[in-house]
Design a binder for this molecule. Structure first.
Ligand code: ZN
Length: 464
């Protein structure tokens, strides 16, 4: 590169982590794109130099499991709030969900999945980070599948279904039909797996027995109900040859099902979420229904197993399942009156870093694979997830030695609590850049609403 050319930014002298390596380097950014890496003296002059000495310089986190502003009656989060939380947490791309017809509860109207995608794109116009959506298939009719090809044309190349007892759950027969169509289109099928009738049976039993305190909640959705549904889903995916992505794997039994049916990463992939790597079920004694998430937080044995499967690659992504409710909806007398879900996107990287790197001897390249490169590659975000010339300059400068205590007072999210309340972590996000623009700096938002944009995704190639 011509030494005299001026670029927008050089991030200088950091510990760059990308593509399986960690090395000292500087990064030159121009027009939102990474243009060169190397020794600072070899890079062009820059209008702005950001010193990253002693810091980790990594790709922005790609969180492929985020819910924003989708439940009208319990609404707490908007794109403006929740993507500030993302930026403060080092997350530069999210994949949210588009529901058929619009918001999650509006399921009986004339509108379609395509309307739902447009509805979410419109909501995202105030986003601080880049975003995409998965199409959710919750209407069990043939017409649902007519929309998939148009959705792919809009850059929505993955579709989620719920094997669960939510109002949006679908039958295995419908999942089968959808898998066939998604396989034809070479897109990705993502599935929430908890056997609905087992969970319904146990929930009804607990209501009869008045086991209403939050510590009882995990018993209503046991690990084997997740493993049973995962078995059904993965078995069908293999028979039908669809690219399958198992959502929020929480326990040893489900992870073992996935791992046992996975020859490589070309057909069967799965994620876990940060909370399943850090929390155990005693959290329900401490924080009541705030961490009421489905599947539930499990045991120490499960946390250890999740790390085993992250290490061997059978689980290849760490996401958040960030979803937002005001406290008032969560603070209920009986756990079954609480909605499912909790906010966590602002703390995901520091918490997972603390657990994986500081406590369990994971390496930085492995962390970057799980939180950046694999989610980008799995979902066709071809400009995201690694630091190399031509990629978007989505970059996090992370201070590995800064200690802090998680406090919900610092939430940028509209949700007033944290499932990690009071936890001490070592390692903190210093700066977050989205396509070369500094969006978060030392815990403050410095970007603008609308700085993030909707990203049209490609059909991902899982063969490599
Ligand atoms: Zn979710």
């Amino acid at each position: 590169m011509n030494k005299n050319k001026i670029v927008d930014v050089v991030i200088a002298n950091g510990d760059v982590v990308s593509k399986g390596k960690r090395y000292k380097s500087s990064i030159a950014i121009n027009d939102g794109t990474i243009v060169a890496l190397g020794d600072k003296s070899s890079l062009p002059d820059a209008e702005r130099i950001v010193d990253a000495t002693g810091k980790i310089v990594m790709p922005g986190v790609v969180d492929p499991h985020v819910h924003i502003d989708e439940v009208p009656e319990n609404r707490a989060g908007t794109y403006e709030n929740e993507t500030q939380a993302a930026a403060l947490g080092g997350v530069t791309s999210i994949i949210d969900f588009a529901w058929q017809g619009g918001d999650r509860r509006i399921i009986d109207n004339d509108k379609t999945l395509i309307d739902g995608i447009q509805h979410k794109i419109e909501k995202g116009r105030d986003s601080y980070v880049d975003f995409s959506v998965h199409g959710v298939l919750h209407r069990e009719n043939g017409k649902t599948l007519d929309d998939l090809s148009s959705a792919i044309d809009m850059g929505v190349t993955s579709f989620k279904m719920f094997m669960s007892n939510y109002p949006v759950g679908v039958t295995n027969g419908f999942v089968h039909r959808a898998f066939e169509r998604i396989a034809e289109l070479d897109a990705v099928a993502a599935v929430h797996t908890e056997d609905p009738s087992v969970c319904d049976e146990l929930t009804a039993k607990m209501k009869r027995q008045d086991r209403s305190t939050p510590d009882q909640y995990p018993r209503s959705r046991p690990d084997y109900s997740e493993a049973i549904a995962a078995e059904d889903a993965v078995q069908m995916a293999r028979e039908l040859g669809v690219k399958y992505y198992g959502v929020h794997t929480s326990c040893k039994k489900a992870a073992e099902v996935i791992s046992s049916k996975q020859e490589d990463q070309s057909l069967i992939r799965a994620e876990t979420c940060t909370h399943y790597t850090r929390l155990t079920e005693d959290i329900y004694d401490k924080l009541g229904t705030f961490p009421q998430i489905a599947p539930p937080i499990r045991t120490e044995t499960d946390v250890d197993a999740i790390f085993t499967h992250l290490k061997d690659g059978s689980l290849s992504v760490v996401s958040t399942d960030h979803s937002v409710y005001h406290k008032e909806y969560k603070e209920v007398e009986q756990w079954w009156d609480s909605p499912f879900g909790a906010n966590s996107i602002q703390t995901s990287l520091p918490i997972f870093h603390d657990e994986a790197i500081n406590k369990r001897n994971f390496t930085y390249p492995k962390l970057v694979e799980l939180m950046c490169t694999n989610p980008a590659d799995t979902f066709g975000l071809s400009k995201k997830g690694s630091l190399e010339p031509g990629k978007d300059a989505d970059i996090v400068i992370f201070d590995p030695s800064k200690k802090y205590t998680v406090r919900s007072d610092n939430n940028a999210s509209n949700s007033e609590f944290s499932i990690y309340e009071g936890q001490e972590v070592k390692g903190s996000v210093d700066k977050t850049f989205v396509r070369g623009d500094l969006v978060a700096d030392s815990g403050q938002i410095v970007g603008e609403p609308g700085g993030g944009k909707f990203i049209e995704r490609e059909l991902p190639d899982w063969s490599c």
